[in-house]
Design a protein around this ligand. Structure first.
Ligand code: ACM
Length: 275
């Protein structure tokens, strides 16, 4: 069995050290195997320009990846956390995957949302799955708005993910309609760590931008049923015991197998107007 945890809290805007200490306090003495934190959990979300994103972002390796790497080694848990990543003069909306071995990998969000498009590059890491170094368990990573693209979760499942970890900063409630299906249609666990709270920024024209994040962080089982979930505003760490091996047999009766029954020869998943 694997202990899977999600963290929901309100990061302060652009106060990285404060956020890192907050995260450390939330995770003090936790005994778990996998921890999923929200998107941009060290900086807050509301970037308005490339320059702001560049100022707040960090290379990998850097102080933020080193912080989570040390915490991962100390807790002997895989940690998945959203952060603003710098690569030269480009920035990405990324999730780091810190392993108890000290290794760190980085996923760069594929499908950017709203003003992220003004500030960050579309991710170029592609989707990938990470083996847990201690448990028999494979974790695929996507970030927030990737939920709208069933290809993302499907790609991860086809690569062998047992669990999809999804650091998030969700502002609508629509995601609750589709995300259980991402788990069910791929027969994987899905762990969504959302943030809560409201973030306000003043825009150049003097108006205020106010974004309220919806909380409701959740872990779905492989039939799309919520195993555990948070309220809208609460700061909380939730954990549940799961069996990743149960996701590997994709049959759902004696005639049907989710993956064997696929008909890729009939699917149109390329460009628009591809015939
Ligand atoms: C989102 O992708 N942060 C909604």
């Amino acid at each position: 069995m694997v202990e899977l945890s999600i963290v929901q809290f309100t990061p302060g805007w652009n106060v990285k050290q404060q956020n890192l200490q907050h995260i450390k306090a939330l995770l003090r003495n936790i005994k778990t195997d996998i921890i999923v934190l929200p998107e941009f959990c060290t900086t807050g979300y509301s970037f308005l320009s490339k320059e702001e994103a560049l100022n707040a972002s960090e290379p990998s390796p850097g102080d933020t990846t080193q912080f989570f790497s040390a915490l991962s080694v100390e807790l002997q848990a895989m940690i998945i956390a959203g952060f603003a990543e710098k690569d030269g003069d480009l920035t990405y909306n990324s999730a780091l995957i810190a392993l108890p071995t000290g290794q760190v990998k980085v996923y760069r969000k594929t499908h950017l949302f709203y003003k992220e498009k003004l500030c960050f590059e579309p991710g170029n890491s592609g989707f990938f799955v990470v083996d847990h170094p201690i448990k028999d368990c494979r974790v695929g990573i996507m970030v927030c708005n990737d939920w709208r693209y069933p290809e993302a979760a499907r790609s991860l499942a086809l690569m062998g993910a047992d669990i999809i970890a999804c650091p998030s900063n969700l502002v609508s409630t629509l995601w609750g309609v589709a995300t259980p299906a991402r788990a069910l249609e791929n027969k994987v666990y899905l762990a969504i760590a959302n943030r809560c709270g409201t973030e306000k920024r003043f825009l150049e024209d003097g108006t205020e931008q106010s974004l309220t994040f919806n909380g409701g962080s959740v872990i779905y089982d492989f039939n799309g049923s919520p195993l555990i979930y948070a309220g809208k505003d609460e700061e909380i760490v939730l954990s549940v015991s799961i069996d990743p091996l149960l996701t590997r047999d994709k049959s759902f009766n004696s005639y049907n197998d989710l993956f064997q029954d696929r008909r890729p020869d009939l699917y149109k998943l390329g460009c628009l107007n591809n015939g």
